[in-house]
Design a protein around this ligand. Structure first.
Ligand SMILES: *Cc1c(COP(=O)(O)O)cnc(C)c1O
Length: 403
């Protein structure tokens, strides 16, 4: 997508608008898939990153399955046309009723605590297969907010409780078909990854009916120039090798699964915003735009860096700005950025906004969520309308005496 195509989109659909380039989604999916060849790795796209039905359908066409973390996400997947057996349900701290619902929908269930495993065994015995989420206690990723495999993490069943997992599964004659680990985002080091994997290989020897091992996700993407990114070719090769050796020891070929979110959809997405004001204060030149942390939470929530570009005045002289939103919070997209000179009404593109952008957006300050547009087959398609005032109070119920 060129800048002039982006400007046309901003012009036609207004701002703020999320724009996704479908070809980049497809390219990322295939890059990841091919990195593990000769293994035919199964990728379950983690739809919490971006769940528009058109993104889901594009990935389905490429051969992806889905990783869902709520029953509602399962329903979105089924609505997009996925078969139940292409969906893995990986919940955390949900009620057993929600597990039951998922069983009835026919999806794979990933169990993440011992009580739930015991209940599951009690209720279903070996009539419903399940997968077990193991916490290998590998410290991966740079930021403790996105690292979910450490000792204090709420996720998974500790590898140290393996003996009890085995005891329960034997007692209830359970059909354990998969072992899973997801150690968190931003894995850049194949050796860290392989350390977790080797613990899973060892644990796998306790279960004879396995169909797959699922290594979760954590593939890092570059947010700014010079960022260390997952070297997917190297990691893929190393993991494929170690997995094939494991299969030999296990005595049978298993499937290798992953559940990437960010890697698949981060780079395809940009948030287009318009400049409302350029405001010089005593210390800073602020660019105030018609969006904010309610639309893209990552900078404020994770201290994430997103590249910002002035696409309507690309040849302007470079100047130093802080780019802020219109929400009544400190609400900053980026501090001290060099941008081509920004004027009122200039359109800025915030890059790498496909993953955890729209899906984390909200209506704080009674502002409306943005529209979503997909660049597909050489043209722009509106794939979600901008919200309207009515969306803000649609579910409100008025007390008659107060009217
Ligand atoms: C969020 C999540 C993922 C995806 O993580 P990314 O960093 O976006 O690739 C995968 N698996 C599970 C269980 C998750 O919760």
């Amino acid at each position: 997508m060129t800048n002039s195509e982006l400007l046309e989109i901003a012009n036609e659909y207004g701002t703020p608008t999320y724009v996704y380039d479908a070809s980049i989604t497809i390219e990322q999916y295939n890059k990841l898939h091919n990195a593990f060849s000769p293994l035919d790795v199964k990728l379950h796209y983690a739809l919490k990153a971006l769940n528009n039905v058109n993104i889901l359908r594009i990935l389905k066409k490429e051969g992806a399955g889905l990783d869902a973390v709520s029953v509602q996400e399962i329903m979105l997947g089924l609505r997009a046309g996925f078969e139940p057996h292409d969906i893995m349900y990986t919940p955390n701290c949900v009620s057993f009723d929600e597990i039951r619902e998922a069983v009835e929908l026919g999806v794979y269930i990933n169990i993440d605590n011992l009580n739930m495993l015991e209940k599951f065994g009690n209720e279903y015995g070996n009539s419903v297969p399940c997968c077990i989420r193991i916490n290998p206690h590998i410290m991966a990723g740079g930021n403790s907010n996105i690292s979910v495999g450490h000792i204090d993490s709420k996720f998974g069943i500790s590898i140290h409780q393996l003996r009890h997992i085995v005891r329960l599964s034997e007692h209830f004659d359970m059909n354990i078909i998969g072992l899973h680990m997801h150690t968190g985002s931003d894995i850049i080091d194949a050796d860290v990854f392989l350390r977790g994997a080797s613990l899973l290989y060892e644990a796998a020897q306790e279960f004879r009916d396995l169909k797959f091992l699922d290594f979760g996700s954590g593939f890092k993407v570059g947010y700014k120039e010079g960022d260390i990114v997952t070297d997917i070719e190297t990691i893929g090769k190393k993991i494929a090798e170690s997995f094939q050796e494991f299969c030999k020891r296990y005595g049978r070929d298993l499937e290798l699964w992953f559940e990437p979110g960010k890697y698949i959809v981060s780079e395809c997405g940009k948030l287009l915003v318009k400049t409302n004001v350029v405001k010089q204060t005593t210390s800073t030149v602020f660019v105030g735009v018609n969006s904010g942390q309610n639309h893209l939470l990552r900078p404020m929530f994770y201290n994430a860096y997103h590249e910002i570009e002035n696409i309507s005045n690309p040849n302007g002289e470079k100047r130093l700005y802080s780019i802020v939103g219109n929400i009544c919070e400190s609400d900053t997209f980026g501090y001290d950025r060099l941008l081509a000179e920004v004027r009122e009404n200039d359109i800025l593109a915030i890059h790498n906004a496909g993953a955890y952008g729209f899906t984390m957006s909200n209506q704080y300050n009674a502002r409306l969520r943005p529209a979503e547009v997909m660049w597909f087959n050489g043209k722009a398609h509106l794939i979600r309308k901008r919200e309207t005032l009515e969306d803000l109070y649609r579910n409100e119920v008025e007390i008659p005496e107060l009217v």
